[in-house]
Ligand binder design. Structure first.
Ligand code: 4AD
Ligand code: MG
Length: 431
């Protein structure tokens, strides 16, 4: 018997095939049992008719409980009324394993209850839709850079020093060499890659011991970081807007079904086309003042500030030239105004906040040395990085896009915890 997957059923109409999977739901009406089998690629309704099959097969159908694993054999017919458009006339049912009292039932459950059972929650249709969108975004990210001649240069996860400030480092013992830190960003290594290959990206997990419980923060998240030799801040912003347009338009085209399951209103997403609006930090502060928010020039924006700023635009907005005091040590200062860094943050609409952070990098050895000192960073750990300025330094720029925040925004989710298979947060390390 040919074993097939539900997403391939259109090729098997009229054939007798076997499906294997789990019982999503079932109901019965008189002599008929309806078994909803999910196999990960979709859900198919099997129709078991008493009298048309042996008593044994009806009994097996009745024994199946929610999430029991089983095989279902029968002829596929097209039926526009059936969920998914196909149905199976069941001729055989084989029990693989009966599930006892599956804890997640179709009724409403609290978020902590579900989060504790994340390993099972992933089986539900909403989580399926989110994970498929995530998968599509990851592929779009790779396709975008691979198609433009960027080389993937992976950065290490265990590192000797901080990249994004010392207050959010996860620390671990490293053999006889002292402490190692889980990377906060692959950027410094991507810069070495850019000096070797011109255009590179790294894409992997990053870590922040961030003591914040907001809907935007994870302790472990994925970041894609392009880095390009000879790019300035302007080039960096152009790359970011091309990139965002590509990701969003690809998901709109390929994930229509998933976005429907998530009841995502896609009107704002349709707008994500370049050019994206660009405003300076000072102009953003101006907006806050106009909206009656008491904000002092020089500080970093909080979540609410970002929401207010982004609400003024119908697509993501690029905010550039932040005060260098609130930004990382490696950012180049604007030669026209040394109080600000050649930095850019992209704020997503609809309150999703910062999804991209980037900058032109400090390419002058002496200035960079001063910055490392001013930030109280250990110079020895950065000697290799300083070498990039000693041996053929050039202007260069890059940015990092947070995958989970991007998935949350595109899917229209309340919280980033649903955007990753197994979220790591201040109060959650399991399952
Ligand atoms: O702005 P960040 O800290 O930038 C960097 O790490 C740079 N080194 C990137 C670069 O220039 N190559 O982080 C970049 C993005 C943020 O805009 C956000 O989307 C995401 O990473 N991010 C987080 N996502 C989830 N949870 C957190 N705790 C995050 N912190 C940052
Ligand atoms: Mg940032």
């Amino acid at each position: 018997m040919a074993r097939v997957y539900i997403h391939d059923l259109e090729k098997h109409v009229g054939e007798e095939v076997q499906l294997r999977g789990w019982l999503y739901n079932k109901r019965s009406s008189g002599k008929v049992r309806f078994l909803l089998l999910r196999d990960g690629t979709g859900i198919l309704q099997g129709v078991v008719v008493k009298g048309a099959v042996s008593e044994e097969i009806v009994n097996r159908s009745d024994a199946l409980t929610q999430e029991s694993s089983f095989s279902m054999t029968g002829k596929i017919r097209k039926d526009d009324r059936a969920p998914g458009g196909y149905e199976m006339e069941v001729s055989d049912v084989g029990i693989i394993s009966i599930a006892h009292e599956y804890p997640i039932t179709p009724k409403e459950h609290g978020i902590e209850f579900l989060a504790d059972r994340r390993h099972l929650w992933l089986r539900s249709s909403r989580q399926h839709a989110i994970m498929r969108v995530r998968h599509r975004i990851v592929k779009a990210i790779r396709d975008f850079y691979d198609g433009r001649g960027f080389v993937l240069v992976d950065s290490p996860i265990l590192t000797p020093a901080a990249c994004e400030g010392t207050s959010t480092l996860f620390e671990t013992d490293y053999f006889d060499l002292g402490k190692a830190y889980l990377t906060q960003s692959g950027q410094l290594y991507a810069e070495a890659g850019a000096m070797a290959f011109g255009k590179v990206y790294c894409f992997g997990p990053t870590f922040r011991a961030e003591k914040s419980k907001t809907r935007r923060h994870l302790a472990e998240f994925w970041m894609v970081e392009p880095e390009v030799a000879f790019n300035d801040l302007n080039d960096d912003m152009e790359l970011a807007e091309d990139f965002l347009e590509y990701i969003v338009q690809t998901v709109l085209k390929d994930c229509e079904q998933e976005l429907k399951v998530l009841e995502r209103n896609t009107a704002m997403l349709q707008n994500v086309k370049k050019p994206l609006p660009r405003i300076s930090y000072s102009e953003a502060v101006e907006i806050l003042h106009q909206k009656g928010i008491n904000f002092e020039w020089g500080g970093d924006f909080g979540g609410t500030d970002e929401t207010v700023i982004s609400e003024q635009f119908d697509r993501p907005v690029m905010v550039h030239r932040y005060p260098s005091e609130v930004k990382a040590f490696y950012m180049k200062r604007d030669p026209e105004n040394p109080k600000v860094a050649l930095a850019v943050d992209v704020l997503a609409p609809e309150g999703y906040g910062e999804i991209i952070g980037g900058s032109q990098r400090e390419d002058d050895l002496d200035v960079l040395l001063q910055r490392i000192k001013a930030h109280n960073l250990p110079q020895e750990a950065f000697e290799w990085y300083l070498d990039l300025r000693r041996f053929g330094t050039v202007p260069h720029a890059g940015f990092g896009l947070g995958l989970e925040r991007t998935v949350g925004w595109i899917c229209g989710l309340e919280h980033v915890r649903e955007t990753v298979p197994f979220p790591r947060m201040m109060y959650r390390l399991t399952p």
